[in-house]
Design a protein around this ligand. Structure first.
Ligand SMILES: Nc1ncnc2c1ncn2[C@@H]1O[C@H](COP(=O)(O)OP(=O)(O)OP(=O)(O)O)[C@@H](O)[C@H]1O
Ligand SMILES: [Mg+2]
Length: 272
């Protein structure tokens, strides 16, 4: 007799996730000007699948920006491996967009032309690039500011130009280093929601560094917690929330994730 009970049927094998990037035994030591060594990263291991959104929290100076710069191909590890899409990663890639901790805009170019820089470097079709640039400027709330110059914008507005610039080529991997730190609370919340929508629309893999534990929980499929310098990964938390809308922030479940991470950072001496 035909049965609809599938509880005893073997579960279908989950399709293996496509790797986006992976750190394997990563170490980074800087030689400082006074001749001493600064160990920034110590034996960092984790991998991220394509389409995942990972957030990174950790105390100041624990190596978050260093990790991101290595992944962006802007710095090299002292030891260990970085793989991008299953291959050894050796330098900058056109599939990566980076939002730096400070926006670093070109003062002689207007806002639109600043956003277009990565598209021009990569020789993208100018008309399509311009359309994307206008679209992302609107998304970050800067429609109407295209012909202004960086010194005519506030710090938070300049940071939003940096975000639009990182998005202009629709990158498959978006690396964001405290992108919303300079924004007021309301704009920051809006940008969080917009970023989740963008991720849904593009399927991009995102790694975002933040000092805000609630922001890390709200955005991340996984939160990577780092120890004070030398930075190590002390905890990786899978975040399972019923929805990623702002109301979720007031739920007990959300609060439990935040206090768990805070306790971990406290235990490693990462919080004052
Ligand atoms: N180019 C460099 N030369 C020497 N030391 C460096 C260099 N870049 C970073 N460091 C050191 O490496 C450590 C990690 O720096 P990094 O900028 O990665 O920290 P971070 O976690 O991003 O901090 P923050 O949260 O304050 O941005 C720090 O002690 C820093 O002084
Ligand atoms: Mg940093």
């Amino acid at each position: 007799m035909f049965s609809t009970d599938t509880s005893t049927a073997p579960a279908p094998a989950a399709a293996p996730a496509t790797p986006a990037f992976r750190f394997d035994g990563l170490h980074k030591t800087f030689r400082s000007k006074d001749g001493g060594d600064v160990i920034a990263l110590h034996d960092v291991n984790f991998h991220v699948s394509r389409g995942e959104f990972v957030t990174v929290v950790g105390p100041s100076g624990c190596g978050k920006s260093t990790l991101l710069r290595i992944l962006a191909g802007l710095d090299r590890a002292s030891r260990g491996h970085v793989e991008l899409g299953g291959r050894e990663h050796t330098g900058p890639s056109r599939d990566i967009g980076v939002v730096f901790q400070a926006p670093v805009l070109l003062p002689w170019r207007n806002i639109l032309d600043n956003v277009l820089v990565p598209a021009q470097i990569q020789g993208r079709d100018p008309k399509a690039a311009r359309e994307r640039a206008m679209h992302y400027l609107q998304m970050v709330g800067l429609a109407g500011f295209e012909t202004k110059y960086p010194n005519e914008l506030s710090g938070g507005m300049q940071q939003r130009v940096g975000i639009a610039r990182a998005l202009v080529n629709d990158p498959m991997l978006l690396l964001m280093d405290e992108p919303f730190g300079a924004l007021d609370a309301m704009t920051r919340e809006n940008m969080n929601v917009e970023l989740l929508k963008l991720r849904e629309r593009t399927g991009a893999t995102i790694m975002l560094v933040t000092h805000s534990i609630p922001e890390a929980v709200f955005l991340g499929d996984r939160v990577i917690v780092m120890s004070p310098r030398p930075g190590r990964v002390t905890q990786v938390i899978d975040v399972d929330l019923p929805a990623r809308t702002l109301d979720v922030i007031n739920t007990e479940r959300f609060g439990a994730y935040v206090s768990g991470i805070r306790a971990n950072l406290n235990a490693s001496g990462g919080l004052d």
